[in-house]
Design a protein around this ligand. Structure first.
Ligand code: HEM
Length: 331
């Protein structure tokens, strides 16, 4: 190998044609992430700073027992049945977000497991997230803030940010190719992150969660978007549950060699073998305030499941705590 190449690989010499060095962004804090949401969507007092439009429901989790080989968590034990509180929501920070435009749907829930442990899930209807790092989460929102002088975002600044952070285009591309569902019950949901599963023999392996609607995936057509309008999802779900439970088959996909474990903007291939570990049922809408004082946390997990080192997963709960603390103080 030429000396210059060796030095360049060692970080000691820039090759003449190398791209200009990117300065590392300042590490993000949980407060900055919530400030960035407020900066773009406004401070909506008393409401969640992300996914504010939504409602609460109740349901039940039934384990198939097939996941017990992966983890000793009670969630996956044979015969486990657990009541759950769930919240269905729209992504973004706008409490009046229209239901009929391209976006991602959210599902948060807490299982009350036999024996007293709980298990939270906070998942979305896309198999990948919009940013890879907390710094990208902050800076992606900051660059999109409108210039107060013009009322418009600075397109050149956005383009420069996207060029330097190409991962932020992946979820948007998926959303363009996959129109939103016509019901919360016809959407799949995805954990997006890898979690570490440890079984009774002490073996640990990474896996990802996914939820497939039993009634099948259904996307909105252009005509559906017109007919259903901007505010149909809550009423549709209430009517839908009047006809019977909304159900999902719950799967775990284990990682294969080469799978990325710490980048939520990379979906694993769809054709991977999956283990069907549970059935999720949402049975009824809950009282309007049943989720107001709740904070769902993706790292509130039973013994036998641990978070991976995904930097987004590591940052979510501290940011949710900032949002929770502001909203319960009426800010
Ligand atoms: C660093 C990355 C992220 C930040 C800063 C962030 C921020 C937030 C905040 C502030 C809330 C409101 C929490 C509350 O007030 O209780 C929230 C809610 C939510 N987030 Fe995130 N989020 C991130 C990543 C994700 C990811 C990767 C997913 C899904 C895979 C996700 C799905 C949701 C859902 C479904 C809710 C609604 C929870 C509920 O209904 O209580 N978020 N997020």
């Amino acid at each position: 190998m030429r000396l210059a190449t060796t030095l360049a690989l060692a970080g000691l010499l820039a090759l003449p044609m190398a791209a200009p060095a990117q300065t590392q962004p300042e590490p993000a804090t949980p407060d900055q992430l919530v400030d960035a949401l407020e900066g773009l969507f406004g401070r909506n007092a008393g409401q969640r700073r992300a996914h504010p439009k939504g409602f609460c429901a109740e349901g039940e989790w039934t384990s198939t027992g097939a996941g017990a080989a992966l983890s000793k968590a009670t969630t996956l034990a044979p015969g486990t049945r657990a009541p759950l509180l769930a919240r269905l929501s729209l992504a973004g920070g706008n409490p009046r977000a229209p239901d009929n435009v391209d976006n991602v749907r959210g599902l948060a829930m807490r299982l009350d497991l036999p024996g007293g442990q709980t298990h939270d899930f906070v998942v979305i209807s896309a198999p990948l997230f919009g940013v890879r790092t907390p710094e990208q989460f902050r800076d992606n929102l900051v660059v999109r803030r409108p210039n107060p002088a013009t009322g418009q975002p600075d397109q050149a600044r956005i383009q420069a940010f996207v060029a330097a952070n190409p991962e932020v285009t992946r979820q948007a591309a998926w959303i363009r190719a996959n129109p939103p569902s016509d019901s919360y019950a016809s959407a799949p949901y995805f954990g997006v992150h890898s979690f570490m599963f440890t079984n009774a023999a002490g073996q640990t392996q990474p896996a990802r969660w996914s939820f497939e609607p039993v009634e099948g995936r259904r996307s909105m057509t252009a005509e559906d978007r017109q007919r259903l309008g901007p505010d149909f999802l809550a009423g549709e779900m209430s009517a839908r549950l009047g006809r019977g439970a909304a159900e999902w088959r719950v799967f775990l996909t284990t990682a294969q060699p080469g799978d990325v474990l710490t980048d939520a903007t990379v979906a694993w291939p769809e054709d991977r073998a999956k283990v069907e570990v549970a059935r999720l049922r949402i049975n009824r809408i809950a009282a309007a305030d049943a989720c107001t004082g709740q904070m769902f946390s993706p790292v509130s997990l039973p013994e036998g499941i641990e978070p991976s080192d995904d930097p987004i997963l590591q940052m979510r709960t501290p940011a949710y705590a900032v949002s929770f603390s502001r909203r319960v103080q009426g800010q």
